[in-house]
Ligand binder design. Sequence first.
Ligand code: PHE
Length: 389
Amino acid sequence: MLRPFKATGTDAMSSSDNKTERTLADLGVTQPDQVVSLFAEVRARFDSQASRPLDHPSWEILRQSWLGRKSGALTLITENWLKAASPDLKRSVGQELNKLKAHLETTLDERKLDAQSLADHSVSIRERVDLSLPGVIRPIGSHHLIRQVFQEIEDIFFSIGFSVVEGPEIETPYYNFEALNIPEFHPVRDDMDTFYLDLPKGAKTPLLLRTHTSPMQIRTMEKQKPPVRVIVPGKVYRRDNPDATHSFAFHQIEGLAVDTDITFCDFTGTIEYFVKQFFGPSVKTRFRPSYFPFTEPSVEFDVSCPFCGGTGTASGGGTCAKCKGAAWIELFGAGMVDPAVYGFVNYDAKKASGFAFGIGIDRLAMLKYGIDDIQVFFQNDVRFLRQFP
Ligand code: PHE
């Protein structure tokens, strides 16, 4: 006689009562109606087991104990009841067995789907997003102070009709020097003794890191006929030894306005407007003669010290630390565009007139925000950066 499959420790799930292990004769079943009620009993036991909540493993145990090929209930019934049935009971046992089998199969199929959706449900509970949990706070960065000052200056010039253009940091000597009226042996090249790139032999032109943003004056005028009104923010490079006020990389904003009737008055008026917007309405400006090969006349613009009100004396007495008692602070170089430059860009030097200026941004930022070492701009120390959110 076949022994029943023993499902792992879940007797409640087992199909076995010992009736399926015995033959009909042993059970005293001799009439077809007894067969029917015997099958009804089995079916009721199955139904009660199948009506419990099932996850996938317990569904599998249930299936094994009823339909398992070796010792599931159906196999036992086939062996012990059907095969051993007396000829006059065989027919009704066969019929009941088929009905039971169909019932087991459909019910188990249904319950399998239930078990699956139970599993899906518990996964969705486990993975559900809890919107009441506190969020992850990500620190938000900010613009570097240099970028902020760029922006401030761009806004001021933008408001009076200038547009912003940018140019390459790697330049040819033609744009960085020659077209700006600085021929090869001109002494101002000494100040700009600079970084040349190592190029393969036979390269068409040497290349260097631009020493100022002025090359963009040439590039802009080459592309565009007057009127021209642009500013050019950007990085520039010089072979300076680093100290509190020098760095091999720093920042400038170039300005260029060219038209047919721009005068020295337009020039000083524009600069004055900018300085007052940037430092406040109470500052005064002045200019002193200077020299640049690409402007004529050339000037150096000063602003009355915004920190001591142009007195040279600090508010608590003593000399003002910002202007060192001078009452004026040197701001930037500028001038009327030298007519020689127009020759390089095919402008009619008799008709064109305009002005240009080059503002050193790092110095301006240091002045305005009381920073005494230019190196902090390049060190990316967050303790510094966070002070300028
Ligand atoms: N390019 C000059 C410098 O870097 C500044 C400048 C720009 C002067 C435009 C005059 C006009 O020193």
